[in-house]
Design a protein around this ligand. Structure first.
Ligand SMILES: Cc1cc2nc3c(=O)[nH]c(=O)nc-3n(C[C@H](O)[C@H](O)[C@H](O)COP(=O)(O)O)c2cc1C
Length: 195
């Protein structure tokens, strides 16, 4: 099973990186996984230009690092994406990648109209990991909605999220009594079809 893990924080070894590593540890212990990690912070990804090229052609005209990511959207059976909360949303780096899923979204409709399967594996699932500094009741509303719709765009069923409030300085998640263990268990369940 190909598991695509996209790390969405600009802060290397920060809280959501640690959450992702625990999630992956759980996943690798529970199933036979081919793992593909993508550190979004290391990629040069431009914003969607809304040029309309993908409406017609089903692919993005921009030749940047997103072209390395697109093939995994087609083939991954499981996708996990992590991001810190930035201004009640995803990190900007992660949001640029999400916006660029407009091209596979358009291609999905083109292929369906032509009677073809839009993506090769079926039964695809996605998961979201997030951390924020404050305690607001609605802290995760916006990024969860964004990630849900991102997965919908690429025909991936939203399987759930693990999000932690009041996690701020680098490494703070290590001091949460259950934080990393919850991520590990979620990773194992995610690849075992328990979620
Ligand atoms: C630019 C920026 C904006 C942020 N905005 C919020 C916010 O709106 N709400 C919040 O609770 N935390 C906010 N935070 C705090 C981060 O979400 C928090 O430090 C998180 O643990 C960082 O995760 P990371 O180490 O994986 O990057 C912000 C941090 C930065 C740098």
């Amino acid at each position: 099973m190909l598991l695509l893990a996209m790390f969405g924080s600009p802060r290397k070894d920060g809280n959501t990186d640690l959450m992702m590593e625990s999630f992956l540890e759980g996943a690798l212990s529970a199933a036979d996984i081919e793992l593909q990690k993508i550190y979004i912070r290391d990629l040069k990804i431009s914003g969607c230009q809304a040029c309309g090229y993908c409406d017609e052609h089903g692919v993005c005209v921009q030749q940047d690092d997103m072209q390395k990511v697109y093939p995994f959207f087609d083939t991954a059976e499981r996708i996990v994406i992590s991001s810190p909360i930035f201004f009640y949303g995803l990190s900007g780096q992660t949001k640029l990648l999400v916006d660029r899923s407009q091209a596979p979204y358009m291609r999905k409709y083109k292929r369906k109209a032509e009677g073809q399967a839009p993506f090769s594996p079926t039964d695809r699932k996605g998961f979201f990991l997030c951390a924020g500094a404050t305690r607001g009741k609605r802290l995760f509303d916006c990024p969860v909605l964004t990630v849900r719709y991102f997965f919908y765009a690429i025909d991936v069923a939203y399987a759930g999220e693990v999000c932690f409030r009041e996690i701020d300085e680098k490494g703070a998640i290590r001091r949460h009594p259950t934080g990393l263990e919850e991520c590990k268990q979620a990773g194992a369940a995610f690849v075992s079809n328990e979620v």
